[in-house]
Design a binder for this molecule. Sequence first.
Ligand code: TYD
Ligand code: MG
Length: 452
Amino acid sequence: MSKIKSAFFCQGCGYEAAKWLGKCPSCGEWNTFVEEMIEKPSKNVVAFSNETKHSKPQLIQEVVKQEEERRTLKDSELHRVLGGGLVPGSIILLGGDPGIGKSTLLLQLAISDSIKTLYVSGEESDRQIKMRADRIGRVNDTCFLLTETNLQNIVLHANEIQPEIIIIDSIQTLFSSHIESSPGSISQVRECTAQLLRYAKQTNIPIFLIGHITKDGTLAGPKVLEHMVDVVLQFEGDRNHIYRLLRTIKNRFGSTNELGIYEMHGAGLRGVENPSEILITNTDKDLSGIAIASTIEGMRPLLVEVQALVSSAAYGTPQRSSTGFDAKRLNMLLAVLEKRCGFKLGSKDVFLNIAGGIKVDDPAIDLAVAISVLSSNADLAIPKTIAFAGEIGLSGEIRPVNRIEQRISEAEKLGYKQIVVSKYSKGLELKKSEIEVFSCGKIEEVVKFVFA
Ligand code: TYD
Ligand code: MG
């Protein structure tokens, strides 16, 4: 007989304690402890054990490197984000807000690639999934659906079907009968992931796990989940816009700098090959308050449109709001403009928006943000042939940004005639290009150049 016992787990980080605690000693969060029943598996119920395998230490030079046959995926964005294909036996965790398209992305992989797939859903019925598959289109005959939440049953079915990929939607709905606590609890999530991990390594079947996200945007479940899996992907975007970004947060088999860009259509997700072209509005008239920034997202250069609106504050305290750009950084840039260039923005409302609903962290966008604010303030349009790439320091200096050649050539490719960069950027002299590179050291010089 196995002994049933209970323990208290922090729902934030997975810390285990014998008694209830008000504050988690590990992550410092308050009121996160929940009692969960755990049952230590008795010796004879070990599900997939490695005990029969002999392991012994060996010299690293003597380890035979098996050529990891990476599987090519038809979805070229996912293929690239995974670091160039799917590694056998890997576990990939896909997180994202509800309704962002996680199930769609993986169902699309299951039905449009000619890989034998087992799609396990604990959230939707077969009919619902079939409806979605019909929406996406061409359904091949290599995708098996299973609506099941018991892990042991899933493994039995997988052994029978022998799929080449398993997709679990979602890890929070699974439960293992070896553990008493309810699905979605820390100990269940951890146990199910551990068992799937062992299964993947034994059978060499890659497994995709869909994970829920908490209110503050981190993956629900303990941090240990992220440590256990091989790859963590995040699917993000604004639900009201059609663009979705697929980022790598962790990848044991490749770089985490890759980024996939998708458009959500009526018939599923479509990879975007030329992201810069779609993010910029093509209007005939020159409008004030719009500046184009040459940014780098992951490894790819991406031209984005920054829109600003400056108006006199209707109420006492001026409002500052920004979408897709850090609000604190906007305040800092406004202070720099006020102090260094003498623009009186203190009594103005400032609204900032990055077109397309995407979020940009690249500091190279600073220059475009500052210039678009000034453009809207003076109601003077910026010529549509100029792009910007530079970080602004607290004294108003334009600081160099990384991979400037790539940014310049992307702007050139899209037909821009001039680009404003920092004069401290390295390697500018060497480059021969069609586009005129205007390098300056201070924000005042940029203002003169643009609005002269
Ligand atoms: P879904 O994959 O269910 O999201 P998640 O699994 O991350 O919760 O995506 C649901 C949204 O995607 C839903 O709001 C409708 C939209 N959608 C489309 O716009 N086109 C489509 O072809 C599909 C299948 C979904
Ligand atoms: Mg879903």
